[in-house]
Design a protein around this ligand. Structure first.
Ligand code: UD1
Ligand code: CA
Length: 484
């Protein structure tokens, strides 16, 4: 049996002062997704009728971000942060009359999973509770609200750290701030809470105490995984949570058949997809909508952003953004693939090669020191070392087409727009400005001329001159054992 909540309310109005950032706290990222994005993703797994995010500080940026990543979510603006109880009240005002379960969670607890929220809701319903809180036992409960249990084991109330006496401070079971409420109990309770506490705030936690006073059942789900309740308040916590998140993501992929030499230096966004027998070497970052097919090897030291890698490809020390690497293609080391770079099956892009908005055909090779922009390179073509596709005339970009099995000699400049027909050649060192026909060789370079005796005249007394002199006096018979 699964219960779909009437609503999930995500609290995200706080300033996050300790982040010391011009970016609102909940827009900081963990594993390629914003903190609030994680909260919304976990909430969406409950399939609630309504999902409302309470925003305040940086509301324009947060609202714009949510509209982009979670268009089904509604936002409620809390002008002043008068407390967690006030924040939930603001959200309820923007929603229709609710019946059933309302879940409250935070925008800054990225490790919380949909499964844990499910468990919270199921326990809440099964026990017939008015409210159920997610708690954890922690070594250092400083700053957290403490769970005050009653003789029967039920939750009596929650006391904030700043309001607690010695005995209460000794309690190590803490309030995560994540709850399931009966909608009617929540609405009634929010109408009764006051600001009579150390912080002068409207505490959501007081709703649980009031329900208990009314003789209703208040329960707790204790999680053994305290990371799931860990909030991010500063950049040190952001890094710690990010590392733990990544540990979980890498473990999940290893369990589904991905080899990682060093998971601690392998960073994988939540949006990435990997197939079996992918091998990731140390220092790999996989970001955005990157997908890697079976048997491909990536790394060491590679960053792939929104890049698709085909089966059996090899990607070594590469930075790629918006690229497609075909089956069994070989890329790297030291290759820069920019948006629209498409390497087809068994093609190659080697050292110090930059490719933008271009297709390298099946089996074609761009092995060394080359810039390729706005080009189509045909099957089996070979682009010599140091070739530049000159695609920009200072005003506009132009295309270059290189036909099948074309051979471009080293250090050539292909000035776009230009087309090299199938089966044509370009001589090394050429600056090509006009098209070739099939089978032609284009030669476009100064003819070589040798000036005899130049070194002796212009560089007398140098080692070069001496070497020339020795070689000149030695032109007849240099074979060893051929002494006079
Ligand atoms: C709250 C709980 C505490 C719990 C702790 C867990 C209360 C009274 N206390 O304390 O028992 O142990 O969380 O982290 O609820 N927020 C708003 N609007 C507000 C106030 C807060 O949106 O007016 C949001 C914040 O952005 C934040 C969350 O609610 O994401 C928690 O607020 P915070 O002020 O950090 O609560 P704590 O004092 O830590
Ligand atoms: Ca907090």
């Amino acid at each position: 049996m699964t219960t779909r909540p009437a609503a999930v309310v995500v609290l995200a109005a706080g300033e996050g002062t300790r982040m010391k950032s011009s970016t609102p706290k909940v827009l900081h990222e963990v594993a390629g997704r914003s903190l609030v994005g994680h909260a919304v993703a976990a909430a969406q797994e409950l399939k609630p009728d309504h999902l409302s995010v309470v925003i305040g500080h940086g509301r324009d940026l947060v609202a714009a971000h949510l509209a982009e990543v979670a268009p089904g979510v509604t936002t409620a603006v809390q002008e002043q942060q008068l407390g967690t109880g006030h924040a939930v009240g603001v959200a309820l005002e923007t929603l229709p009359e609710l019946d059933g379960v309302v879940v409250v969670t935070y925008g800054d607890v990225p490790l919380l999973t949909g499964d844990t929220l499910h468990e919270l809701v199921e326990q809440h319903v099964a026990d017939g509770n008015a409210a159920t809180v997610l708690t954890a036992h922690v070594a250092d409960p400083t700053g957290y609200g403490r769970i005050v249990r009653e003789a029967d084991g039920g939750v009596g109330r929650i006391v904030e750290h700043k309001d607690a006496d010695e005995a209460t401070l000794a309690i190590t079971e803490i309030n995560s701030g994540i709850y399931a409420f009966d909608a009617a109990v929540l609405r009634a309770g929010l109408g009764r809470i006051t600001t009579q506490n150390a912080q002068g705030e409207l505490y959501l936690t007081d709703v649980l105490g009031l329900a208990r006073q009314d003789g209703r059942r208040v329960g707790a789900v204790v999680t053994g995984d305290a990371w799931q309740t860990e909030g991010v308040n500063d950049r040190v916590q952001l890094a710690a949570v990010n590392r733990e998140f990544n540990r979980r993501v890498t473990e999940k992929w290893m369990r589904s058949g991905v080899t990682m030499i060093d998971p601690a230096s392998t960073f994988i966004d939540v949006t990435v997809v990997l197939e079996r027998d992918v091998v990731l070497r140390p220092g790999v970052q996989l970001r955005g909508r990157t997908e890697i097919a079976a048997g491909a090897e990536v790394g060491p030291d590679s960053t792939l952003i929104d890049t698709v890698v085909g089966p059996g490809a090899s990607v070594v020390r590469v930075h790629a953004n918006g690229a497609q690497i075909g089956a069994e293609a070989a890329v790297g080391p030291y290759t820069y693939l920019r948006p629209g770079a498409v390497l087809e099956t068994k093609s190659k892009a080697g050292a110090y090669v930059e490719i933008k908005k271009s297709t390298v055909g099946p089996g074609a090779k761009v092995p060394h020191l080359t810039y390729v922009g706005d080009a189509t390179i045909g099957e089996g073509a070979n682009i010599g070392a140091g070739t530049i596709f000159a695609n920009y005339d200072g005003v506009a970009k132009h295309p270059t087409t290189v036909g099948k099995h074309v051979f471009v000699g080293s250090d050539s400049v292909l000035v776009a727009p230009v087309e090299l027909a199938d089966g044509s050649y370009v001589a090394a060192g050429s600056t090509v400005v006009s098209a070739t026909e099939p089978g032609e060789l284009a030669v476009a370079r100064g003819r070589q001329r040798n000036i005899a005796g130049w070194v002796a005249r212009k560089r007398p007394g140098t080692k070069t001159a001496a070497a020339a002199e020795a070689a000149a006096g030695d032109t007849t018979g240099t074979n060893e054992g051929d002494e006079p």
